[in-house]
Design a protein around this ligand. Structure first.
Ligand code: ASP
Length: 599
């Protein structure tokens, strides 16, 4: 990237090369490092684009600037003028793009003095994240962080260009709004002008984008912030960004192919990599039964094998009486010690299992663990699972939900712990045909797997009238998720565009007519007035950048992120507000709490 010429600089610190030797230039930036060799002072000057070596020699810059250069310290901001000079052959630094040249400084202007910073960009690894978050602007000076922000910008630009070229309009939707059910808690904002009333921050623009389709806008996109007051999780932020898309007159295949085109372009332009064309589809039922997850990581095998029938042929009560028995063969897992497999059983309990039965596969059959119970079925087990000498067979015997959860998680854990090298760098899959509804055992009612505006498959529409739980649970929806390496990076659906169907779905979810009118009256009204068939999707931008940059910490791809407890350690939010503001917002605090500044 070239510099925009100003009085401070003519070039950036990443720009100058051998071919520029002899030019008089000006550079501006931060003192990255300094070495004082007495006669010569060397400074690595840094800006967003890179590092350039400056040399201060009293003969070139004069004694006064030379003396001044000896006082420069880390992170001072300076502007220099000088001549681009070739470095001697053995002084070339092959690691730097600017490593063949240096600037013989003639003129120095100190623009800003820095106190000794709490850490310099090179020290970040030895600095606690809390400290880096408290001084976020310093942490962002690191080149990796700048690259993350740059990648984020490039990605959003590609998204806008690609979709813009296809006729999508970016349309803003409100932040001060009404609850949009996406399954999380709302952030709420009190209304000063209507005491006792509250706005909700959008969990997504879902209803607005559907209403834009009713408005005839045809193709909508927005790179938009969404707010979900959810429990903390490492890869989640309370406010996050998504690429939100909606289109009229489409089927599932249309939106899938448009989004694949976008992902293909992103992978090509950012990573120079191809992705499968088309990306394969997998039914939700297959994903659950084979991988124990609706977002299977397909970089490695280790599928779940159903051995319920074999379990019944044993005298092993745990297997004989279980609703379902499944197993995975962990490659090379036979080397785990008894202590380690016991620890796995404990770990499995965290997912609702009663334990975890294991046995090792040897050249002659099964050995250790539950081997003695499995003797009658050993040969069939090995045949069915394709397990090899040195593998570990791990079994879960329980209700299907628990079996899938435990083995699905175990599969991922084993791949991580045993560092099973993935056979491919990026494994893509569309998961389709999700169940439309899930039964919430605690609340004894159905909830939507995606959201309440997702259309059921046409063939399943008659089932909406059923009162039979199993029948309702068998309704599939027109929802789809795009999954890469076991991470769901986006999901969407074809929507309900008929008012009678939407009303039936609300009723099935236990939302009665008055509640429907109060919460979603505007949507139901709109569906009266000519709604086109429509559907859409949202891609999680933060996760997408994490994957493109190979990063595991979501905070590293967001300029000003929050901690897991939702705190901004730099500006100290959330924070108490003063009495006057509380009064204006018509809020009285029941128990005043002191701000916790340690989060
Ligand atoms: N609104 C959905 C979400 O935020 C995406 C969609 O259905 O388009 O997950």
């Amino acid at each position: 990237m070239q510099a925009i010429e100003t009085r401070y600089r003519t070039h950036t610190c990443g720009q100058l090369r051998q071919s520029d030797v002899g030019k008089t230039v000006k550079l501006a930036g931060w003192v990255h490092s300094y070495r004082d060799h007495g006669g010569l002072v060397f400074i690595d000057l840094r800006d967003r684009e890179g590092l350039t070596q400056l040399v201060f020699d009293a003969d070139t810059c004069g004694q006064a600037h030379h003396d001044e250069s000896r006082k420069l310290r880390s992170e001072w901001v300076v502007s220099v003028a000088g001549v681009v000079t070739a470095r001697g052959k053995d002084l070339v630094n092959p690691k730097l793009p600017t490593g063949e040249i240096e600037i013989r400084v003639k003129d120095l202007e100190v623009l800003s003095i820095a106190q000794t910073p709490p850490f310099t960009p090179d020290e970040h690894e030895s600095v606690a994240e809390e400290k880096r978050l408290a001084f976020r602007y310093l942490d962002l000076r690191r080149s990796e962080m700048q690259l993350n922000l740059q990648t984020r910008y490039r990605v959003t630009r590609i998204m806008r260009d690609y979709l813009g070229d296809l006729g999508f309009w970016e349309i803003e939707t409100p932040f001060l709004t009404k609850s949009t059910p996406e399954g999380a808690r709302d952030f709420i904002v009190p209304s000063r002008l209507m005491p006792g009333s509250f706005y909700a921050l959008p969990q997504s623009p879902q209803l607005f984008k559907q209403l834009l389709m009713v408005s005839g806008c045809d193709k909508y996109m927005q790179i938009v912030r969404c707010f979900r007051d959810e429990d903390p999780r490492a890869d989640r932020q309370a406010e996050f960004t998504q690429l939100d898309v909606e289109m009229s007159f489409i089927d599932r295949e249309n939106i899938i192919s448009i989004m694949e085109g976008l992902l293909r372009k992103l992978w090509k332009e950012i990573l120079g990599k191809e992705i499968p064309n088309p990306i394969p589809h997998m039914q939700y039922d297959e994903a659950m039964s084979k991988y124990g997850s609706d977002r299977p990581d397909l970089r490695f095998g280790m599928p779940l094998h159903d051995v319920t029938d074999l379990g019944q042929q044993t005298d092993f009560g745990v297997f004989k009486n279980a609703a379902m028995v499944k197993t995975i063969a962990v490659p090379g897992g036979g080397k785990l010690s008894r202590k380690e497999t016991d620890a796995l059983a404990e770990w499995a309990k965290g997912f609702g299992a009663k334990g975890l039965a294991v046995t090792k596969v040897t050249a002659t059959g099964l050995d250790t663990g539950v081997a003695k119970f499995l003797a009658p079925i050993a040969a069939k087990l090995i045949e069915r699972t394709g397990a090899k000498d040195g593998d570990l067979l791990c079994f879960a015997a329980d209700k299907p939900k628990i079996v899938h959860k435990v083995l699905g998680e175990l599969r991922l854990k084993m791949a991580r712990d045993l560092k099973l090298s993935p056979s491919t760098e990026f494994a893509w899959i569309w998961v389709v045909d999700f169940p439309a509804f899930e039964f919430d055992e605690d609340e004894k009612r159905f909830s939507s797997t995606h959201h309440p505006f997702t259309a059921p498959l046409d063939a399943d529409l008659p089932k909406l009238d059923s009162t039979d739980r199993a029948c309702v649970e068998s309704i599939k929806s027109k929802a789809y998720d795009i999954v890469v390496n076991g991470t769901e990076i986006g999901g969407g659906s074809i929507r309900i565009h008929r008012m009678d169907v939407q009303q039936k779905v609300f009723s099935l979810l236990g939302i009665d007519a008055p509640a429907q009118k109060a919460k979603f009256g505007f949507l139901l009204d709109a569906l009266h007035f000519g709604a086109p068939p429509h559907g859409g999707i949202a891609l999680g931008l933060d996760r997408l950048i994490m994957i493109l940059r190979g990063i595991t910490n979501i905070r590293d791809v967001i300029a000003f992120p929050k901690t897991q407890s939702g705190a901004d350690l730099m500006c100290g939010s959330p924070s108490p507000i003063d009495e006057k503001q509380l009064r204006e917002a018509n809020i009285r605090i029941a128990t005043p709490v002191k701000a916790d500044t340690t989060r």
